[in-house]
Design a binder for this molecule. Sequence first.
Ligand code: M6R
Length: 364
Amino acid sequence: SKGNHRHFMLKEIYEQPIVVAQTLRAYVRGFEGQVSLPTEDFDLSSVRRVTIVACGTSFYAGMVAKYWFEQFARVPVDIDVASEFRYREPVMEEGGLALFISQSGETADTLAALRHARANGQKIAVVVNVPTSTMAREADLLLATHAGPEIGVASTKAFTCQLAVLATFAANLARAKGRLSADEERNIVRHLSEAPAALNGALAYDEAIEAMAPMIAKARDVLYLGRGPDYPLALEGALKLKEISYIHAEGYAAGEMKHGPIALIDENVPVIVLAPSGPLFEKTVSNMQEVQARGGQVVLISDYDGVEQAGEGCIATITMPKVHPLIAPLVYAIPVQLLAYHVAVAKGTDVDQPRNLAKSVTVE
Ligand code: M6R
């Protein structure tokens, strides 16, 4: 049931601190400061390349994971949307690990890609939310997210739980490859353990986000910008908005604006900038200022320091808890989900059952 929430989507957004904690409990030994995944039967030390395949929101979780796999484990990662994967005749060498991410575990494109990878000798790992699903059954390594049933067509809690699993898997792979010291592993575990409280902190801005929704609801187009591991969050924010509010939205890597999309900017296009303070902050802010100089209406989502430093001249700011860059993609998922939700409610669309969409897409 929706409990006391108006929609399943809102209920599921609010469940995130709990289900992310639940998911982390399955893959982390907090006291020892170690990740622990059911990879005993797997020779992860011999993995030379990871191929990630998924669709939609699950694909964006995979994009974030690519940063982590490469950063921690120094293993090269390919990533494709499932509907493109087979047709580009991907090179699959021995020692390859193919990783499929899916809430439902039934998405036809992803399943077809999984079977294609298996036929090409890849080891198959899956991150799925439905443990009885077809993908779960066909995997060599099953990493379940423990988000519980997700009813809203717009994926929310499955996404943050996928990120939690993928971060622990990246650390696990890094350890197996001899790339992670015990200290580094302990730090990763510590940062991840801070995620549930930070997600709660982010939810506290629900009302502030609701208050700005009518302004965004009037827009015809909305842009989302992010950098590094927060770039996929910009894509996710745009997908969420399109999907449930039917407003045209695009996500861009912040630095890519000047290569074309900046021509779209005028005072009618809200630009949502995701910029947690950290090593990429200055660069993102300078991209944001290029937008402002052309009359762009910027909504800055950052932490207290970031808003202090760069909030001037923005039409609105949303202050997130200050977190380690590792968990920023989880925390910044909350404001983009809430923004899409409140804009959709302001527009009066069917939030849980948007037009033309199904929860699980079982045709290719
Ligand atoms: O069940 P899956 O994770 O495989 O589904 C993939 C996409 O269809 C899904 O994420 C879709 O993009 C969502 N409706 C996004 O909110």
